[in-house]
Write a protein that binds this ligand. Structure first.
Ligand code: PEP
Ligand code: MG
Length: 757
């Protein structure tokens, strides 16, 4: 059964569109369960109906015609109860409803299970039999398992087809439903999708129009010739060591490469308007699907050979398959399976309008970068059909996390209107630039920016920041192919320190590990966020840590505006050790005759153990800064990068708020200044609470700074305290958000209310 299940899911996953996916489901499930009918009904959200979308057994002509209201018939009953309905004799059930066009009157036994994705009913999967008998428990669990697995695969197929109006075919509406991801960076972008892909990964090669069919075809044929030669020479080399029957594998490869086989199909697809790499992906996927579906184990394994062959041809084409276009469109929206910091850096800043990534979340580092650059981003778009969107018109709504592919004129107009409103709000906010961040009852809350790129410095200065509250030193480490040397690091740090002097700049020591990988220092772990990251690596490698500390100290010479901050601290011992190394680096420099002041040192409070030992930690340093991105992840046990649990990741969760209050109180008791440098500091609603808690400063992306300044200049600390007092009695995160949004509206800052548009 497990094998059957695996094969069905695989076939559905690679289906071209929803139609094909549903056809595969009904055909295969009917056969696997040995029943007389298998049908799928899908939810038409616009009309609140369940529509028969595919069947093997009922009358084909009924597809698209049989429609049931949500609470109608047995299908409606399955949807309503959200659990299986298993009936020996369906026509005798009071909810049974007969549709003459379906020809279903002959069938007695009925088993329907709901298809649910992310808690939403997507459809109902039904099997029927002529004989009057309940389905066995085995059959029920098989169908439930298959429906649960299919939910994701259907959603994916639906999204791929969505582009060509699949959903709209169900609903009759003109616009396909937007794809839903997570808001990654605020803002709206209307532009052209440019798919960025690893040129070695066949599965993610996008469809693209060929520049010239003749050249494309001849390039492809050349690649095939080269592969053929490679295989022939492999065959010759193997001649002596392999028996003839094992060499047959290579013969099979050669056979597949003959004109009429795979190459013929690829050429046909090129002629139909896809470039060689895209045509190759389509062809190989189709063959793999066919092999995967075979009952025979030996034949099924041939799918891997086809994939291998595809990869070999791609490899030859590769020099001609650039992962990025030569010239990016004026309003480029970078789209990909996993957009990385370096992909972002490849697009000229002026042309980059937005980012859409199938993986990752709001607190992934690429989202943080997008925010720093003021570029709209949506992350974790599970159902993004990456290979079908290249070159299409696209809208990115970084506020709600929605992505519209090929939007209609009406949708475009709506977003253009929004862009105009945004521009007006920014104008108002810009006027605050030179105003101090002081509450009406005279409490100064310095607002700093988070940074990690030298390119951030100008927008940061323009945003009216009073310094840098978090400089992520790992970014200069990430964009190189080796550890940067002491002089190299010193130069980078000095440039940042100088740009802001005399305003303070907090340099955080290296925080790699987790989702921040260095290509030249690979860390393979099952649980990277609970593994070797941040200060743990620095303390285990004093030779790397000391170089960084010396570079920082040297960079600060004569400027006196540098603070050093330690990430991922989970015990006082780590602080003691880090301080010892810092003192050593300082002495070494003093010994060489350089005069450098010892900087202020702070620790980040971002793991739960640090919350409970905040007083002991605060006592040892000059300041503490709360990293709410990680703190939220660790307190709520929700991976900050996992789109599937992104709904559970919420900094306004009452438990997080209580932890924050405890940190602020603990630091205050030790008279140690406390700031917040996680993304929460840049959320206007959360900023009200942080003000009420008594934080001393906030550090955020440059793009959010003017919005938070507006909040600080509007709410007195007294008012913020009262709002916080009330919020701390709430039990649900969503009530906190609603309450704070209302407070912003009441204060005339409705423009800052982000959610719920
Ligand atoms: C945090 O965890 O809140 C933080 C500021 O650090 P980073 O996002 O770089 O992990
Ligand atoms: Mg962190």
């Amino acid at each position: 059964m497990l094998n059957t299940l695996r094969r069905i899911i695989q076939e559905v996953t690679i289906a071209k569109d929803l139609d094909q996916a549903l056809d595969v489901i009904v055909l295969r499930v009917k056969k696997a369960m040995n029943v007389d009918v298998c049908s799928v009904y899908m939810v038409d959200k616009d009309r609140g109906e369940l529509v028969l979308m595919a069947t093997d057994g009922l009358n084909e002509a009924a597809v698209g015609m049989v429609r049931l209201k949500a609470k109608q018939g047995l299908i409606g009953l399955v949807g309503e109860r959200e659990e299986p309905v298993n009936l020996a004799d369906a026509p005798t059930h009071p909810r049974y409803q007969y549709f003459p066009e379906s020809g279903e009157e002959r069938y007695r036994a009925f088993l329907g299970v709901p298809i649910i994705h992310h808690r939403q009913l997507q459809g109902v999967l039904v099997v029927q039999r002529l004989t009057k008998r309940h389905f066995s428990e085995d059959k029920v669990t098989f169908l439930v398992t298959i429906a649960a697995q299919l939910a994701g695969a259907i959603a994916h197929a639906e999204a791929s087809g969505g582009i060509d109006g699949l959903r709209s075919r169900v609903s009759g509406a003109r616009d396909a439903a937007p794809l839903q991801g997570q808001p990654g960076a605020p803002g709206v972008a209307i532009g052209t999708a440019v798919v960025n892909f690893a040129a070695s990964d066949l599965d993610v090669i996008p469809d693209r129009a060929p520049k010239d069919i003749k050249t494309e075809t001849s390039l492809f044929k050349k690649a095939v010739d080269e592969v053929r030669k490679d295989i022939q020479s492999m065959l010759e080399r193997m001649e002596e060591v392999l028996p003839a029957e094992d060499r047959a594998l290579f013969d099979a490869y050669l056979l597949m490469l003959e004109g009429g086989g795979i190459p013929g199909e690829v050429v046909r697809r090129i002629e139909q308007g896809n470039w060689a790499a895209g045509a190759l992906r389509e062809t190989i996927t189709e063959h793999v699907r066919a092999f995967d579906a075979m009952e025979d184990n030996y034949l099924r394994e041939r799918a891997e050979d086809v994939r291998d062959l595809g990869r070999r041809i791609l490899e030859k084409l590769r020099s001609r398959v650039p992962g990025k276009p030569k010239k990016f469109p004026t309003r480029t929206v970078l789209v990909g399976d996993e957009i990385t910091a370096s992909m972002l850096a490849e697009v000229p800043v002026k042309r980059l309008a937005g980012v859409v990534s199938r993986r990752g979340s709001q607190t992934s580092h690429v989202a943080i970068l997008a925010r720093a650059m003021g570029v709209a981003a949506v992350m974790g778009v599970d159902e993004l059909p990456v290979s079908h969107v290249d070159g299409r018109s696209i809208i990115v709504d970084g506020y709600t996390g929605r992505v519209y592919i090929n939007p209609s004129r009406a949708v475009r107009d709506e977003f253009k209107h929004l862009l105009r409103e945004e521009a007006e709000l920014s104008k108002e906010l810009r006027e605050l630039r030179d105003q101090p961040a002081i509450t009406p009852d005279n409490v100064g809350i310095p607002l700093y920016i988070n940074s990690g790129l030298l390119a951030d410095v100008t927008p940061a200065l323009k945003s009216g920041a009073e310094g840098v509250g978090l400089y992520r030193t790992e970014f200069p480490f990430m964009v190189r192919d080796r550890f940067p040397g002491e002089d190299e690091q010193c130069q980078i740090y000095r440039q940042v320190l100088k740009s802001f002097a005399p305003a303070p700049v907090t340099l955080r020591t290296l925080d790699v590990g987790g989702d921040k990988a260095l290509s030249y220092f690979p860390i393979e772990e099952d649980n990277p966020f609970l593994g070797w990251r941040g200060i743990r690596i620095s303390l285990d490698h004093p030779e790397i840590f000391l170089v960084q500390l010396r570079a920082m100290l040297r960079a600060s010479a004569g400027l006196g505006n540098m603070n050093i901050m330690l990430p991922m601290i989970n015990s006082v011992a780590e602080v003691d050790d880090a301080l010892r190394l810092l003192r050593r680096a300082h002495h070494e420099l003093i010994d060489t005759g350089v005069s450098i002041n010892m900087p202020h040192v702070g620790v980040m409070i971002e793991v739960p153990s640090a919350v409970y030992q905040v007083r002991e930690l605060a006592r040892r340093v000059n300041f503490v800064s709360v990293g709410t991105n990680d703190l939220t992840q660790y307190l709520l046990a929700v991976d900050r990068n996992n789109a599937r649990v992104a709904d559970l990741y919420d900094g306004l969760h009452p438990a997080v708020l209580r932890a924050l209050q405890q940190i602020v109180d603990g630091a205050k008791a030790e008279r140690t200044p406390v700031g917040v440098c996680g993304e929460m500091a840049g959320d206007p609603a959360a900023a009200i609470l942080l003000l009420g808690m008594g934080v001393d400063n906030l550090s955020m992306s440059a793009a959010n700074l003017p919005r938070v300044k507006w909040v600080i200049r509007t709410f007195t600390r007294r008012k913020a305290r009262n709002l916080l007092k009330e919020v701390l009695t709430f039990e649900y995160a969503h009530s906190v958000r609603t309450f704070l949004n209302a407070a912003l509206e009441d204060a005339g800052l409705g423009g800052l209310v982000r959610a719920g548009r």
